[in-house]
Design a binder for this molecule. Structure first.
Ligand SMILES: *Cc1c(COP(=O)(O)O)cnc(C)c1O
Length: 339
């Protein structure tokens, strides 16, 4: 009776294994909502894949994957700062550093910690500027240097940028290279050129590849006929036509948001919509719920754990049915993950 992700586990695992086989040095990334699957499930799948290192996004996620049973190395992708609460005594923890000053601070706080140093790319997010790379060896002190990390933007000539920055970093010190957001082909090219161990950190393409291996559904909790003009819902809105209100699981608590009515984006479209009596013209918003093969409109903004959907006329769906939902897996939170 819930907003559910159902996984065809054999098909999903086949895809995960194919990525692992194609990418030597693959480091699975498990962060945030665990790409919809949850961090515990991803740590388990990473172990099944035989990965030796798992990447998490932020410090607090380390204990989540540890509690879930992950015993291998964990790299935290967000750079460490002195105010960070990380347990630096964990010998299987690899810390990312993005500034020379933080590198010096880490060397004095936890002199034997394991560290990777991020090289700033055109993303301009984190990382040491190419011009400052020469300061890294001295600032490292006794820290255990695990390599350089390069996080590329999604567009542009990533291979050229990765090559240039990798050369600059490796000229300062030979060490493994950890890359993010390089295509598999570009990664293989770079790996064949650099002469050091390489890693590719991957989340979305790994976990969310093979989309046919999963389905997202909501349970129909209730169905009622409504008359044209009848007021319904928290906001007692008048219904534009006679139809059915379908109460489905999933609401704001699950990350189900009200979509902007995209079909009537400009005023001309709005006029047409008004003339044809369409739902957008009446101010209703399209929902991600699909009923009888079609996305349907919300009666009103979603509630905490359920939503009211309007279906014109009679509907064939009934209580207990499962209806498809188009969900962005990185932003939703499921009531249940099955399979
Ligand atoms: C989140 C993150 C990744 C994984 O990103 P995806 O697009 O999900 O593959 C890789 N590297 C870094 C540094 C990240 O922060």
């Amino acid at each position: 009776m819930s907003f559910t992700l159902t996984i065809d586990t054999p098909a999903w695992r086949q895809h995960l294994a194919s990525v692992r086989d194609a990418v030597s040095g693959l480091v699975p990334v498990a962060k945030g909502n665990g790409y919809g699957f949850g961090l515990p499930r991803l740590s388990h799948e990473a172990a099944e894949l035989g990965a030796s290192t798992l990447a998490v996004g932020i410090s607090t996620e380390v204990s989540v994957v540890r509690t879930a049973g992950w015993t291998g190395d964990v790299v935290v992708l967000t750079p460490w700062t002195p105010s960070d609460s990380l347990d630096l005594s964990d010998p299987k923890l690899i810390v990312t550093i993005g500034r020379i000053s933080d590198l010096s601070a880490l060397a004095s706080t936890a002199p034997h910690a394991r560290v990777i140093v991020e090289v700033r790319t055109s993303m301009q997010r984190h990382g040491v500027e190419a011009s400052e790379l020469s300061q890294v060896p001295a600032a490292l002190g006794d820290l255990h240097f695990e390599g350089w990390t390069i996080h590329l933007p999604m567009i542009g000539d990533s291979l050229a940028q990765a090559r240039r920055l990798a050369q600059a970093a490796l000229a300062v010190r030979q060490a493994p290279l950890w890359l993010s957001h390089l295509s598999e082909a570009d990664y293989r090219t770079l790996a064949s050129e650099v002469g050091v161990e390489t890693h590719l950190r991957m989340g979305t393409k790994l976990w969310l590849g093979a989309p046919s291996s999963r389905t997202v559904t909501a349970t129909v909790l209730d169905v009622h006929p409504v008359a044209k003009g009848q007021r319904i819902g928290y906001w007692q809105r008048r219904m534009p036509r006679a139809g059915s209100v379908v109460v489905v699981s999933g609401g704001t608590a699950n990350g189900i948001a009200m979509e902007a009515p995209t079909a009537a984006a400009n005023s001309r479209q709005r006029l047409i919509a008004a003339a044809t009596g369409s739902m957008e013209a009446l101010g209703l918003a399209l929902s991600p719920y699909e009923i009888e093969g079609k996305k349907r409109f919300f009666v009103e903004p979603p509630h905490m754990q359920s939503s009211l959907i309007f279906v014109p006329g009679a509907t064939t769906v009934g209580v207990g049915d499962h209806v498809p939902v188009e969900a962005r897996l990185t932003t939703v939170s499921f009531d249940a993950v099955e399979g």
